[in-house]
Every structure is written in structure tokens, then in C-alpha cells.
Design a protein around this ligand. Structure first.
Ligand code: UDP
Length: 245
């Protein structure tokens, strides 16, 4: 399957439904792997970090999370037309998993959040099996890995520690954790638990989700300055004809 490179990060330019279909196939075949959903901040960070680029590109699915990626694709004449937000991809994946009574381990967020997210998800998708929950503020990684493995094979682990921490955790422990598919999903557990809200439709439809988040979490302002810088890099690539700025 061909991928579309934005500053070296190779995205799967597929719809959310196709992404879920491919993830389910991987789960059924027990093919170990992971899903990443980079936004413009991460691509901006990765462009100068070959190790991070490699980590993202080795994923089974690289989904464009955020309008910033779509804007850059437009500037660079690359065929990425649909944003696939990690939090939405994951909900659709859970719906499919529930139909087949698949198991999910939730790892990340503040204490109590993963448990609350699990409760809400099981209520919404009754066939889903939760194999365990663990907050994301641990010091002993080995203890966490042992705990996940103690629950037996799990089909999927949501790793929600923020990027790139979650991707690095997945790379370190992919082989030793008894699970098929790992998904790095940032703040998704907070959304499923109801401790954070997604932007209302107006913001999402107008590509202004970042503005809503900025209102909710003003401390993000510094991180968000990366978005215009990222788009400037795209313009630079366009002018110079180079893959990276
Ligand atoms: N988090 C965590 N452990 C950490 C740092 C962060 O579990 O050491 C959680 C945090 O509580 C939040 C998520 O990781 O639930 C990061 O969310 P954010 O929306 O910042 O993710 P990103 O924008 O990086 O995808």
C-alpha cells in the first residue's frame, strides 16, 4: 500500500473506515504492530529527528491527525484529503472489536481516568472485553509490562502517554507485551472518560479544533506555535522542491 510523505513522515492516505478495516484484519491475523496518529506538532518535531521519523514510519498505520497535515498536503500537492483523528479512529475500532468480543487494555492518563473510560466504553459497546487499566504516571515500566501480561493475551493496547512518549514506549516494549496491536492515542482516554471534552462540531468542521483546545488548555499556547512554523516549512519545501526544509 503506497504512502504519502509529508516532510519524511509517510502517511497512509486512507479513510477512517479503511484504517479500521486494516487494523481489524491485523488483529484477526495476530500480526503484531502499532498505529500512530501524528499531528503537525509531531511531524515538525520529527523532521529533525531521524529516529522519530523511523519510529513513525515503521508503524502498520500512520494516520493524519489534524487539519495541519491536510494544509501541508495541499501546499505540497500531496494526495491526503481526509483527516483521521486518533480519538475517532479508536472509537470505530472499538465498535468493531466489540462485535467480535475482542479485548482491550487501556494504558495512560491520570489515575482513575482509564478505569472511567473503560466503564463508559463497555456501557456504549457491550461486547467489548477490557483486559485491564493502568494510569500513565508510573515509574517502574517493568511492573506495568508484567501487569499487562498477567491479564493474558490482549488484542489491543491503547497507549495514551502523549507523543512521542507513547510511541517510544511502544517501540521499547512491543515484543515483550503479549498483545497484537498497539495504538498511540494521546489524550483519548480523557475524552472517553469525560474528563476532557472534544471540540464542538463547529470548531471541528472549520478546522479550528486547535482554537478550542487553546481555550480549554491555555498552557498549550507554546506547543501550538509549532503549527504556523510547520506550515512555513511546507512552503519552504514547496519552493525548494526538497522533501524536508
Ligand atoms: N500522560 C500520561 N503520562 C505522562 C504524560 C502524559 O499518561 O507521563 C497523559 C496525559 O494525562 C494525557 C495524555 O497523556 O491524558 C496526553 O494528552 P495530550 O492531549 O497532551 O496528547 P498529545 O497532544 O500529545 O497527543
Amino acid at each position: 500500500m503506497s504512502r504519502v510523505s509529508i516532510m519524511g513522515v509517510e502517511f497512509d492516505a486512507i479513510s477512517k473506515a479503511e484504517a479500521v478495516g486494516r487494523a481489524m484484519e491485523q488483529i484477526r491475523q495476530k500480526r503484531k504492530g502499532y498505529v500512530v496518529t501524528p499531528n503537525s506538532e509531531i511531524v515538525y518535531m520529527a523532521k529533525d529527528d531521524p529516529e522519530l521519523i523511523d519510529l513513525l514510519n515503521q508503524a502498520s498505520l500512520v494516520l493524519p491527525d489534524g487539519v495541519g497535515i491536510l494544509h501541508a498536503a495541499k501546499i505540497l500537492n500531496k494526495p491526503i484529503y481526509e483527516k483521521v483523528a486518533g480519538v475517532e479512529f479508536a472509537v470505530d475500532l472499538i465498535a468493531e472489536m466489540a462485535r467480535e468480543h475482542r479485548s482491550l487494555y487501556l494504558l495512560g492518563a491520570k489515575p482513575g481516568v482509564a478505569r472511567k473510560a473503560a466503564e463508559n466504553l463497555v456501557k456504549r459497546f457491550p461486547g467489548l472485553k477490557i483486559s485491564g487499566c493502568q494510569d500513565g504516571y508510573f515509574t517502574d515500566e517493568q511492573e506495568v509490562i508484567d501487569r499487562i501480561n498477567a491479564s493474558g493475551h490482549t488484542d489491543v493496547v491503547f497507549v495514551c502517554l502523549g507523543a512521542p512518549k507513547q510511541e517510544q514506549f511502544i517501540r521499547r516494549h512491543l515484543q515483550e507485551i503479549d498483545a497484537t496491536l498497539f495504538c498511540g492515542l494521546g489524550g483519548s482516554l480523557d475524552i472517553y472518560a469525560g474528563t476532557a471534552q472534544r471540540a464542538p462540531a463547529f470548531y471541528v468542521d472549520h478546522g479550528l479544533e486547535w482554537l478550542y483546545r487553546l481555550k480549554q488548555e491555555p498552557w498549550r499556547a507554546k506547543r501550538m506555535t509549532k503549527l504556523p512554523l510547520f506550515l512555513l516549512c511546507a512552503v519552504k519545501c514547496k519552493i525548494t522542491g526538497k522533501e524536508t526544509p
